[in-house]
Design a protein around this ligand. Sequence first.
Ligand code: ZN
Length: 78
Amino acid sequence: MGLIKLIILVAVIIGVVMLWRRFKAWQISSQQTSSTPNQPPLMVRCAECQLHLPKDQAIQAGNQWYCCDAHRAARHHD
Ligand SMILES: [Zn+2]
């Protein structure tokens, strides 16, 4: 019975190592595909309510940034 337990233990260790290697490979490949790894999103400030938000979620009007379309409309009556 001791040999069976040893075989199961070795199989579990091999499985964990293979999963770990796959995880590390996935982690490296996901870092390579990302254009800006380990970089926080560039923050901008809403000119209306002074809220800070990521640039990709902000709305630009002229040289000002806004958190939402309502705040953009509040400053830009067009
Ligand atoms: Zn705002």
